[in-house]
Design a protein around this ligand. Sequence first.
Ligand SMILES: [Zn+2]
Length: 350
Amino acid sequence: MKNQILKISYLIVAVMLSIGLQAQASGTVVGNGGDPVFEFLRATRESMNATIKYVLNQPEEKEKFCKSDRLSEEQSQFCRDFFFKIGQQILILSSGQKPTEFVLREKPLYVQGPDGKPMSVAARTSLGPEGTIEFHRDSLRTMAPVQVLFLITHEFEHKTVIEGKSISDNERIGPFHSGRELLDAIATSIVSVAKRKGKIGSQFGIRDLFSCEASNGSGNFGAQIVGSRLFQDGNLMTYETSVGSNPMEGSIYFQEDYETILRLKFVITEPNNCGEDSNGRNTVVEIIRSKTMSGGRDETVVSTIVFPDNPICNNKKRLVVSYGQIRFACQYFASEGTTSSPFSTGLKKK
Ligand SMILES: [Zn+2]
């Protein structure tokens, strides 16, 4: 995403981007109101596709693929050959013209276990290219990105066809006791390449994008600003998204004089992931005067407006705040799931 910067006569206008959150972003930009768990799945699908493409195109990865202390030489070879037969099929299934759809289920999912009895699982799919992949929401929401990557890779492997046949979990195959062991060996290798090559981060996140306009009476400009969502409950329904709350978050500002800027800040509080129970839902929009002092900044709020609404739930809503000739107006644009890791890849030194 690009920010436009237009110079305005005597005022210098600058746009800050949240640099820390750009690293390792992976995901597709989508509309509002989605389930965050679903966005995490999308982001992980992108990571899987990127990793498979990488392995298929790197001869040195091909040699290493499926090498593991836990596999015999024969199993490693079989695993490697098998992956290079199905890799392209997975890419077509996952990102082609009619990609395999993901479905989130609230109720537990069962498959037939090795003993023939029903076994509860986090994901399941029918064998072969048709049909969706189902996921159990409660199992997924506490998983790390690498675990979800393992899971979706395993499921996509079930959807491939070799010599007219798909791999089931419980049947023997080649030197493997079960199809499950083979599919898991391949998924383990994919996860290890993804980690090593930075194709997956250590935690899930959601970034919310806003389109903003700023004017000062003599000119105006537009910018897209990213806020990152901070979840406040394990069920991922309650969150806070803010812009301009801390130096790592993007914002827009006008320079008032040499030492002082007037900066936009807003904080969205969402109690129920845009559900009907909206008690506590609001957005506080402020203009902050921030003055450079020796040893820090002195900040005062010069204008505040509170909307009893969340622009992410209601994307027609414009957040407008003004102070004198200065006016900021923002509207929600889209959200995307990421597997960024703010702790390991953020905060690069200037
Ligand atoms: Zn399976």
